[in-house]
Design a protein around this ligand. Sequence first.
Ligand SMILES: O=C(CO)COP(=O)(O)O
Length: 274
Amino acid sequence: MMDQAIKSYIEQMVRDALGQSVTSPSARTNYAIANWKMNKTFSEMAVYLQELKSKEGVSVVICPPSQLLYPAGLMAKQQGSTVSIGAQNVHEADKGAYTGEVSASMLKDIGCAYVIIGHSERRQYFNENDQQVNQKIKQAIKEGLTPIICIGETIEQKNSGQTEKVLTTQLVGALQDIDSDFILAYEPVWAIGTGESATAEQAQSTHAYIRKVLTALLGGRAEGISILYGGSVNDKNAAEFSQMPDIDGVLVGGASLNAESFEKIIAVFAKGDM
Ligand SMILES: O=C(CO)COP(=O)(O)O
């Protein structure tokens, strides 16, 4: 538990930061990240990677299930693709007796560059808490992986006006003693897999709030952090999100499983193509 005095101090910093305008979208990297979750076989992955064309001006990351991490990386390399590979989870320990788990150094060893940490499905089904998320981020950074840190509120939290409080708590918990770069993904739990995405305006206003919290926590470094939106993004609504100054890309579940759909989403976030 966070000390109450520290919490009040941070809350004051957030309030102070709310007065500042801090956005500078052109300086940040745009990302289109595919979270395949527990989907796709080896042959499905091979067909997909053959079909998928990446674009200049946007960093594309595919996060397949763990058995496909190595072959997907190999295949992308053989094809001369600029697509990077990311894992969907990592364990917080260096190594040891943790049956079924994978460490950050193992992910690095097989060519992963990114790792999703703190996805709401991990928090919900595997009881991951902010402290574990923080430890996983530290492990990832130690091994040179870029963490894709997920935060988001549930429908109950949203309806009871808790969104900002929940996001602030998740950010403060996740970012304790983190001084390396990361990617942040705002994924409202109520929008994941429901077909009901946040509107682009809703997402923009939450992203602007998140950036102000990041500014309070990290100072000017917050300017360079890419904040992605996730939750029922598809090839129809992606363009609206891309117009928003604080939305620097998307983390896509369902619509990323089809190479053609994901390619359309990638194109939307390619800087210079908009
Ligand atoms: O959880 C998500 C990405 O991490 C979003 O999933 P959907 O795009 O299927 O809503």
